[in-house]
Design a protein around this ligand. Structure first.
Ligand code: NAD
Length: 423
C-alpha cells in the first residue's frame, strides 16, 4: 500500500480494521501489532469511545508514592509516569517533609473562568456597561444549562467584562465565573459560555466569536507549604543550596522552566493516573508562572530562623472527581479509590503537596550530590532493557554501567554479551 496519510473513512472503521491498515502501511510485524491490541484493563470498545481513530492502547507504568502526610492525613498517591526516579523522589521528599510535620494546604473555591469574545463594537465601554447591567439575566441563562451542577451548589456565580486592545482592534471579553464543585468543569463552562453568547450579542450589538473556558484558572488555586528539618535534608549546607536554587529560579526564566518542570513531574503523574486533563494543568501552571511579569517559579524555598527549610507552592488546579475520563477509565477509577479524596478541593490540595514534594526531591539532589547519581541508576535500567537485558540481567547491567559512569546502550550491550557468555 502507498504511504499516504489520507485514509478515507478511517474514523468509520473498527480499531481492528484501522490497525490492519496501519500494520500494512508501517510494515508492523504480527508481534508489534499485537502489542497495540493488548488493551490490559481497558476494553477496545472503551478506548474506541474515549478517543478517535483508535488503533490500540498505550500503557504507562503506574506506581505509588508513599510517606505522604497532608493536613495530618495519610495518603497513598498513584502516579502514572514513564520517567524513572520521579516516584522515588516523591517518596523520599514526602518522608523528609513528614519529619517536619507533613504538608499543609489550602485552596480557593473551585471557580473556573469562561470567556466570551465580542468584536465589532462601536462603543466598547457602552457595551461593557450593558453587559454588567444585565448580569442577573446572563447568569440565569448560564445556570439554566446545568441544573445538576446547581443542585450540588455550583453554577455561574458572577461575571465581569474587560476591554482589551489587540492587533485587530478593541474587544470586549465577558468572563463568567462558574463554581464547578467536583468537576474540572470545561464542558460545563463551555456550554454556559455558548448559551449566553446570543444574549451578549443582543446587549452589545457586537459579534461573538470564541466562547471557551480559560485554563489560567486564577480563581481556582491550590497551595501547599511545609517545613523540612535541616537534619532530614543532611545539614544546613543543603538548606542553603536549596534556598540558593530557589532564588535562582525566581530570578531566571531558564532555570524557572526546569524548576517548574520538576514540580509538574509529580503533579502530572497523578493527574494522568486519575484520568484528569493534564494539558489543562500544565497550561494553567505555566501561564500562572508568567502572570505577574517575567516567567518565574511557582514554588519558593527559604531558610527559617532555626536553619530549617520552608517551602510553598501555589498554582491553578482544575481537577475533578467526575467528568471527562475520570469515571470512564477503569484504572483511573481505581487510582481515585486508592487516593481516597472526597472533593475536588481536597484533590487539588493533594496535587499541590505532590508538586512541592517533587520539587523538593529534585532540588535536594541538585543542591547535594547532583541529580545524575540517583537519576542515572534508574535511567541505567531503561538503557539495559533497550540493550536487550531481561530479568535479573537488567539490574546487573545497570549496576555495572553506573559504577563505570558509562550509561550508554553500546556499553550495556558489551556488558550483556559478557554476562550472557558467562552464564
Ligand atoms: P463533564 O461535562 O463530563 O462533567 C461535568 C458535569 O457533571 C457537570 O456539568 C454536572 O452537570 C455533572 N456533575 C455531577 N456531579 C457533579 C458534582 N459533584 N460536581 C460537579 N458537577 C457534577 O466534564 P467537565 O468537568 O465539565 O469537563 C471536563 C472535560 O472537558 C475534560 O475531559 C477535559 O479534557 C475537557 N475539555 C477541556 C478543555 C480545556 O481545558 N480547555 C476544553 C474542552 C474540553
Amino acid at each position: 500500500m502507498a504511504k499516504t496519510s489520507v485514509i478515507s473513512g478511517f474514523y468509520k472503521l473498527s480499531p481492528k480494521e484501522r490497525l490492519a491498515i496501519v500494520k500494512d502501511i508501517a510494515c508492523l510485524t504480527d508481534e508489534e501489532a499485537a502489542l497495540l491490541e493488548n488493551t490490559g484493563a481497558l476494553s477496545m470498545d472503551t478506548v474506541d469511545h474515549m478517543a478517535e481513530n483508535v488503533i490500540g492502547v498505550f500503557p504507562e507504568p503506574l506506581g505509588l508514592a508513599v510517606n505522604f502526610q497532608i493536613n495530618g492525613k495519610d495518603y497513598l498517591i498513584p502516579m502514572a509516569t514513564e520517567e524513572p526516579s520521579v516516584i522515588a523522589a516523591a517518596c523520599y521528599a514526602a518522608k523528609m517533609v513528614r519529619d517536619g510535620g507533613g504538608f499543609h494546604t489550602s485552596s480557593t473555591a473551585p471557580v473556573m473562568i469562561g470567556q466570551v469574545q465580542v468584536v465589532g463594537l462601536k462603543d466598547a465601554k457602552h457595551a461593557k456597561n450593558q453587559v454588567l447591567a444585565a448580569k442577573a439575566d446572563i447568569l440565569k441563562k448560564a445556570n439554566d444549562q446545568d441544573p445538576v451542577l446547581n443542585s450540588f451548589g455550583g453554577g455561574a456565580k458572577d461575571l465581569d467584562a474587560k476591554i482589551i486592545d489587540t492587533t485587530m482592534g478593541q474587544m470586549l471579553i465577558v468572563e463568567l465565573y462558574v463554581d464547578c464543585r467536583d468537576a474540572m468543569g470545561a464542558n460545563a463552562v463551555n456550554t454556559m459560555a455558548e448559551a449566553v453568547a446570543p444574549l451578549i450579542e443582543r446587549l452589545t450589538s457586537g459579534q461573538v466569536y470564541l466562547r471557551i473556558i480559560s485554563n489560567l484558572a486564577t480563581k481556582r488555586l491550590a497551595k501547599a507549604w511545609c517545613t523540612v528539618p535541616k537534619e532530614a535534608l543532611g545539614g544546613e549546607a543543603v538548606v542553603d543550596g536549596i534556598a540558593y536554587a530557589s532564588a535562582f529560579a525566581a530570578a531566571d526564566p531558564y532555570r524557572a522552566a526546569t524548576h517548574n518542570k520538576g514540580a509538574m513531574n509529580g503533579i502530572i503523574a497523578v493527574v494522568l493516573a486519575t484520568g484528569n486533563d493534564h494539558r489543562a494543568i500544565e497550561a494553567g501552571a505555566h501561564a500562572y508562572a508568567a502572570l505577574k511579569g517575567p516567567y518565574t517559579s511557582i514554588s519558593k524555598w527559604t531558610k527559617n530562623v532555626n536553619g530549617d527549610l520552608e517551602g510553598v507552592i501555589e498554582l491553578p488546579m482544575a481537577v475533578g472527581l467526575i467528568g471527562g475520563a475520570v469515571k470512564t477509565h477503569p484504572v483511573a477509577r481505581v487510582a481515585m479509590k486508592i487516593l481516597g479524596v472526597k472533593s475536588a478541593n481536597e484533590f487539588a490540595e493533594v496535587l499541590a503537596a505532590v508538586g512541592l514534594a517533587q520539587n523538593l526531591g529534585a532540588l535536594r539532589a541538585l543542591a547535594n550530590e547532583g541529580i545524575q547519581r540517583g537519576h542515572m541508576s534508574l535511567h541505567a535500567r531503561n538503557i539495559a532493557i533497550t540493550a536487550g537485558a531481561k530479568d535479573e540481567l537488567v539490574d546487573l547491567v545497570a549496576e555495572r554501567m553506573v559504577k563505570e559512569r558509562k550509561v550508554r546502550v553500546d556499553r550495556a550491550k558489551e556488558i550483556l554479551d559478557e554476562l550472557t557468555k558467562r552464564q
